[in-house]
Design a protein around this ligand. Structure first.
Ligand SMILES: CSC[C@H]1O[C@@H](n2cnc3c(O)ncnc32)[C@H](O)[C@@H]1O
Ligand SMILES: [Zn+2]
Length: 444
């Protein structure tokens, strides 16, 4: 019996599909996509009979994976890449970054910096980023131009900046942008109090109320350095994480960024409250903050995703680099080679990030019904051969330069390593202008 083939928008056939959920690698399978969603994942031979696609992409030596989710970044800081190296966090922030932000950050800065970040992230297979920065409307415009999915921070600090005058002003401005962009399908929001050392108890209480009223995640730097903890203990009589717990912030909506220095009791607290962690290993090492106890976090069942942090502290927005570093750090620091196997690291860079953002039913795995946020990674080059296990190769062999195609909600954003829209000329000249402005001689 012959049946009429079903019309679909796109059929992607790949040598391997690493679905993440379920945790399987399918060989010679295809993903059928309609209206931006994954309709089916099935053997390639069956797909060719069953579907009549508008467009067909064949990935002969690739592994198709879910689009990567960058669980913590400051996208517009890409304009400050390499501007303040070789400093510990507090000097970096207070002597270099905050003065530079006071001098330069504007809506235009955020728009241009976020465009640069989107270009870099998309080319490296990142389809969704969780941003914490100023002027979120400008960041949204940039993300939309690139067709990228973003969760934008409704950021809060106590001190004035070029963006807002006080904590309430930050929150009110962020909330107004959220209201304005409610109908944007790829744009979501979260509350983003900067850190316990820059946000008061009263502001955290307002953040919690808003999170509960609007069902938004809360995204906050926490326990990044020993100094932060010692200062917090001196000023408040308790460690910053405990302070946030007493204020009621920890819970399934909470995303703690960094979480480098934690006692066993604090790890248990994160696990019991169902909090998530954004692990940013490169930034933590480069600022000499240390490294998070990720193996223990995973053992306790804490949901851990991966973040790049901003390009001023990383200096790349490269989740392939973070995946490899996360795996090696966990093994090296525990002396246990079995911790963080590649499938778990890939899950951290995809589904765990999605879950932390409350998007676990929408993105993070190649599962029918989810949005078609996908990334094709070529393993055909000589330096990738032989390949016994494509997921191992994703973490330990491949790099972002192996990404050839990226789709967000079924729309192609990177095609044969080329960005859509390919407005690189305008972007490059814009970055050159910013470099001139930012080029200030800093005293040693
Ligand atoms: C309120 S907007 C975000 C704010 O955070 C600063 N920032 C960038 N990286 C870090 C980090 O690793 N720890 C703490 N703060 C960081 C950024 O410069 C903005 O001022
Ligand atoms: Zn950060």
């Amino acid at each position: 019996m012959t049946t009429t083939p079903e019309a679909i928008d796109l059929l992607i056939e790949a040598r391997w599909i690493a679905a993440v959920a379920p945790d399987v690698v399918l060989k010679n399978h295809a993903v059928a996509i309609r209206d931006g969603r994954i309709l089916a994942v099935l053997p390639g031979s069956e797909a060719r009979q069953r579907y009549l696609p508008d467009q067909r992409v064949t990935l002969e030596d690739h592994v198709l994976i879910p689009g990567l989710v960058n669980l913590h970044t400051h996208a517009a800081m890409s304009l400050m890449r390499g501007m303040a190296d070789d400093l510990p966090l507090h000097d970096w922030l207070q002597k270099r970054i905050w003065p530079a932000e006071a001098a330069h950050v504007s809506a235009q800065f955020v728009y241009d910096g976020t465009r640069l970040a989107c270009a870099e992230m998309l080319k490296g297979g990142i389809t969704c980023f969780n941003d914490m920065y100023f002027f979120p409307e400008a960041a949204a415009t940039a993300a939309r131009e690139y067709g990228m999915r973003a969760t934008l921070g409704i950021t809060t600090l106590e001190f004035p900046t070029t963006y807002a005058s006080d904590a309430d002003d930050y929150l009110n401005k962020g909330l107004a942008v959220r209201e304005k962009l409610l109908n944007q399908p790829l744009i979501n929001f979260c509350l983003a109090p900067h850190a316990p050392y820059t946000v008061s108890d009263g502001t955290f209480e307002r953040v919690l109320t808003l999170s509960e009223q609007l069902n938004l995640p809360i995204h906050c730097h926490i326990h990044e350095t020993r100094q932060e903890i010692e200062d917090g203990q001196r000023q408040n009589g308790l460690a910053p994480l405990e302070r946030l717990h007493q204020l009621g912030l920890l819970g399934p909506s909470f995303i703690g960024v960094h979480a480098v220095h934690l006692s066993e009791g604090e790890l248990q607290l994160l696990a019991e409250t169902g909090s998530s962690i954004a692990h940013c290993p490169t930034s933590n090492l480069k600022l000499a903050s240390g490294f998070a106890p990720v193996a223990r976090m995973r053992q306790l069942g804490i949901n851990v995703g991966l973040g790049t942090d901003g390009a001023a502290s990383n200096n790349r927005l490269d989740l392939f680099g973070e995946m490899r570093l996360a795996a090696l750090l966990a093994k090296g620091s525990t002396g246990d080679a079995s911790v963080l196997p590649a499938n778990e690291v890939l899950r951290m860079a995809t589904l765990n990030g999605a879950i932390a953002l409350g998007l676990g039913d929408e993105i993070g795995s190649i599962t029918p019904g989810k949005a078609a946020d996908l990334c094709a990674v070529s393993l055909g080059a000589i330096e990738s051969k032989p390949c016994f296990d494509p997921v191992s190769h994703l973490v330990h062999v491949a790099g972002r330069e192996c990404v050839t195609h990226v789709w967000v909600a079924g729309k192609c954003c990177v095609d044969h390593k080329t960005l859509h829209p390919a407005d690189q000329n305008d972007l490059e000249s814009t970055i050159a202008l910013w470099q001139n402005r930012l080029e200030v001689r800093w005293e040693a």
